[in-house]
Design a protein around this ligand. Structure first.
Ligand SMILES: Cc1cc2nc3c(=O)[nH]c(=O)nc-3n(C[C@H](O)[C@H](O)[C@H](O)COP(=O)(O)OP(=O)(O)OC[C@H]3O[C@@H](n4cnc5c(N)ncnc54)[C@H](O)[C@@H]3O)c2cc1C
Length: 472
């Protein structure tokens, strides 16, 4: 039997963040991983999809080359070459992560693990046992489908197959308008699909975002030739050979779509079945692991991080990193572990155009009892935005209730919402603004480099502070 300070079950972003941080805190760590360290994010999620989306972006730029005075054409797409590019990116990151774990002295044990009844030992299918002072469960999540929709992995697929890009769809229907569904809809159109339809059961696409972003993205998709239906319900999916007929109920009508690809992107389920957690009594009915703000379960010495946590935890890689750091610090009893504030975790969607946000949406702020003032700044007034050809914007949601700072009374910035080029990078500054409770006038004092897209964040706050600059 191997005894270490910490045994981590699952080597995705949550699990490997625990391992790497704990090692820097002087803890000995055993990490049990049944597939590849890096998990869903590196091999079937974030990185695979972003590599493909980068290819899509290049294609869109070539198609728009006339705008720049260039005469470029897309002469073809070598799908093997595209997949090789994605593989190369993944493998570079995977090799790096492997080396990092080794360098920090983390003992990576290959194999499928289950938790023994003592809540301290992981039994690996190779026969090895690893026991720790603490156990961290980080087995992540897996794709799920809709009742009555059979995923055949060929015509009806999930993101697991989509990230492998077996072929380029000609006509695609995407079920679900969360980040994953929207990203693949965007990708398929960039890759040249003639028809792309997104079906969302809730009343708008990107339903977790501020309604202004949902509307703007639906508009931008429409301009790109992507149809969005919301609210709309998929009633049936029938596959015949290489074609699926999808029946969709929307606006009192029934519509039929003949497509070659149906992507089911209706969220993910926690991967907690059959790994010994029932006996510990730490599972919710949904299969999520129940934890407190320190990611501790009700079982002594057992912690959980990542996608298997129930809301308000967010199923995002960077939320998993943050939970991993927290747990490692709590177990090692060093550092200043701070519970993750999910409201302040940036949400990112890598569509064209990108969407990103942090803090409260306007309706959430109102619901929380704030009187709010909103302002927005269009990328059409921003030099780099014009170069990029964007008509997106930065929207701020500011509390009216005042604080006596920055030479006057004003409310804090509660939320920042961006749609446009590099929104997913721009949101990093916004995160500092909302999480430090900045006032618009304080942000307005910061000097942003010119010309940059980041100026749009500064301009939105100049406007919110009542001192608009390049704004009508
Ligand atoms: C298509 C797609 C795109 C995404 N894009 C983004 C993005 O752009 N940004 C973002 O922040 N998030 C993104 N996500 C979400 C992100 O991938 C997850 O939030 C993240 O991977 C969760 O990390 P995790 O460690 O909890 O779980 P996982 O990454 O799922 O890792 C869990 C690991 O545990 C292992 N495991 C499971 N059971 C066992 C067992 N019994 N024994 C041993 N090992 C086991 C698995 O093999 C896996 O390696 C995306 C997801 C998808 C599907």
């Amino acid at each position: 039997m191997d005894a270490t300070d910490i045994v981590v079950l699952g080597g995705g972003p949550g699990g490997y963040a625990v391992a790497l941080r704990a090692a820097t805190r002087g803890q000995s760590v055993t990490l049990v991983e049944s597939a590849l360290v890096g998990g869903t994010c590196l091999h079937w999620g974030c990185i695979s999809s972003k590599a493909l989306l980068h290819v899509g972006e290049l294609l869109d730029q070539v198609r728009e080359s006339g705008r720049f005075g260039l005469d470029l054409t897309v002469n073809g797409i070598d799908i093997d070459g595209v997949n090789a590019f994605r593989d190369k990116v993944q493998s570079q990151l995977h090799t790096g992560l492997d080396a990092l774990l080794k360098a920090r002295g983390v003992d990576v044990v290959p194999g499928r693990g289950t938790v023994a009844d003592d809540g301290r030992t992981v039994l690996v299918d190779s026969g090895r046992r690893a026991t720790g002072r603490a156990l961290v469960v980080a087995t992540g999540s897996q794709v799920r489908s809709l009742p009555g929709v059979d995923v055949d992995g060929r015509v009806v697929i999930t993101s697991d197959e989509a990230t492998r890009l077996p072929r380029i769809p000609r006509r695609a229907l995407v079920i679900g308008a969360g980040a994953v569904g929207l990203e693949f809809a965007s990708l398929y159109r960039s890759l040249g699909a003639e028809e792309v339809t997104v079906v969302e059961a809730l009343d708008r696409i990107a339903p977790l975002e501020d309604p202004d972003l949902s509307r703007a993205l639906a508009r931008a998709f429409r301009k790109r030739g992507i149809t969005t239906l919301a609210p709309a319900l998929v009633e049936s999916v029938k596959v015949d050979g290489e074609t699926a007929t999808v029946t969709v109920a929307t606006g009192g009508d029934e519509r039929r779509f003949e497509v070659d690809t149906v992507l089911v992107a209706v969220g993910r389920a926690p991967r907690t079945d059959g790994i010994g957690l029932d006996a510990l009594g730490v599972l919710e009915q949904t299969g999520h692991v129940r934890v407190d703000e320190w990611c501790r379960t009700a079982a002594d010495g057992v912690y959980a991080v990542g996608d298997l946590l129930a809301p308000p935890a967010l199923a995002l890689a960077h939320a998993g990193f943050a939970e991993g750091f927290l747990v490692a610090d709590v177990i090692a009893e060093v550092g200043r572990g701070v519970p993750v504030d999910y409201e302040q975790v940036p949400r990112v969607t890598y569509t064209a155009p990108e969407v990103a946000s942090v803090g409260l949406t306007e309706p959430q702020a109102v619901q929380a009892g704030h009187e709010v003032a909103v302002s927005s700044y269009s990328f059409r007034g921003n030099a780099k935005g014009i170069i990029h050809g964007s008509d997106g914007f930065v929207k701020t949601v500011v509390a009216r209730e005042g604080e006596d700072r920055a030479g006057g009374e004003s409310g804090q910035v509660l939320g920042v919402h961006v749609i446009g080029p590099h929104a997913t990078d721009l949101i990093a500054e916004a995160q500092l603004i909302t999480s430090w409770g900045a006032l618009p006038a304080e942000v307005a004092q910061l000097v942003h480099p010119h010309p940059t897209l980041a100026e749009a964040v500064g301009e939105a706050h100049l406007a919110a502070a009542g001192t608009p600059f390049h704004t009508h």
